[in-house]
Design a protein around this ligand. Structure first.
Ligand code: NI
Length: 178
């Protein structure tokens, strides 16, 4: 596997609408594996193809289910489950009216984090890595990651939507999403 280089603002590709994926060949499988690897190395919980300079409607998401609230994991608590998604040509078909505020960062905008309002849950139609139609209903933290990644595929960045943006204090835990 090969680590891909993550690009930063003001690279213009980060501001463009990505093109649908139409070929589900071996190259695509390698690219997806490389994206997971690049995301883990960063580290982040998601990565969209435009962030590695590819204008494709493709993103990966991976995190441990209890990661977001693991402060009070006790002995005997269930092992965190690894959640993994490949998002291709996504379309948000349903979304909650309820919005939730949360903190986000972006691997393509280093050094700042911000508070962003997102739908509490969304339903997404898309394709899996082999081109088969899939539907995901995701909520909470997962829904936030999905919305951040899908925005990337349309040239939208979290800083466009943030109600407040700041440089994280050293002791303030950085919350890089992707
Ligand atoms: Ni991002």
């Amino acid at each position: 596997m090969t680590l891909r280089q993550i690009i930063h603002l003001p690279e213009p590709i980060l501001r463009k609408k990505a093109k649908p994926v139409t070929e589900f060949n071996k190259e695509l499988q390698t690219l997806i594996d490389d994206m997971f690897e690049t995301m883990r190395e960063a580290p982040g919980v998601g990565l969209a193809a435009p962030q590695i300079n590819l204008p494709m409607q493709l993103a990966v998401v991976e995190y441990l289910e209890n990661e977001a609230e693991d402060e009070d994991l006790e002995e005997g608590a269930p092992e965190p489950k690894k959640k993994q998604y490949v998002i291709i040509n996504p379309e948000i078909v349903k979304k909650s009216e309820e919005m939730v505020m949360g903190i986000e960062g972006c691997l393509s905008i280093p050094g700042v984090i911000g508070e962003v309002e997102r739908h509490e849950w969304i339903q997404v139609k898309g394709l899996n890595r082999h081109g088969k139609p899939v539907k995901h209903k995701v909520e909470g933290w997962t829904a936030r990651i999905f919305q951040h990644e899908i925005d990337h595929l349309f040239g939208v960045l979290f800083t466009d939507k943030a109600v407040r943006i700041w440089k994280p204090e050293e002791e303030e835990e950085e919350t890089p999403l992707d």
